[in-house]
Design a protein. Sequence first.
Length: 238
Amino acid sequence: MTTYEVFAPFYDRAIGDRGREGSYLHELIQKHFPEAATVLELACGTGAILEQLHSHYEVSGLDASRRMLDIAARKVPQSRLFREDMTRFDLGETFDVVLCVFDSINHLVRFGDWEAVFNRAREHLTDRGIFIFDVNTERKLASFASAPPWTQWFDDDSLLLIDVRDEGDGVYAWKLRVFEHRSGSGYRLHVEDIREAAFPLERIKESLAERFRRVRIYDAERSRPTTRSLRLHFVCGD
Ligand SMILES: C[S@@+](CC[C@H](N)C(=O)[O-])C[C@H]1O[C@@H](n2cnc3c(N)ncnc32)[C@H](O)[C@@H]1O
């Protein structure tokens, strides 16, 4: 199912500066594969991360949403972009780093599809290549669902409202509502519903161990991952 077709034009303005994530990913790459020269980002969206990385690496990206990719093409003209499903793509080439970040993998609600991404990533790595992805943890999605909807102003007078609801079995509906300011007291409502799923850490680790010899797990907010972690980064390689 294609998502982000409605939210795409608001995405960068509503999410804001991504410099911190870009620097963190660059640090992880430098720590684990300092000679890396090529990066492929799965679910690259508007190219917010590719934009941060293109001065260090030759960057490529793929995404399912045409509107997100159109923005990425304008923002990061140095990148090669592909409209592909990250569970089934085959680009016929390999990369030093395959990335999938900002909880993009959570957008796949069946664990079998996460494993398809692990397989696709592995298939597209050079011999010493690394696959880096992050996840929203079960704890994070549950805490969002138990909190009231939250709002955020952007462009001074437009508003993003996010309401996360628990659908059961680890699946959550994200109701995105953009109230775009038009003129005077006029607003236009844009509606998009997205689903995310989280899975137990042990299940993710077991699945990765079947595919990669080395897996490191980081929490950017803590010295090491704990049961309180809200976002985890995985670095996988051989
Ligand atoms: C939260 S955005 C993250 C975008 C980007 N990685 C970033 O850091 O800003 C999630 C992205 O996943 C993409 N996506 C969701 N399911 C996908 C799939 N099966 N294949 C490719 N892209 C997908 C959406 O189109 C969207 O651009």
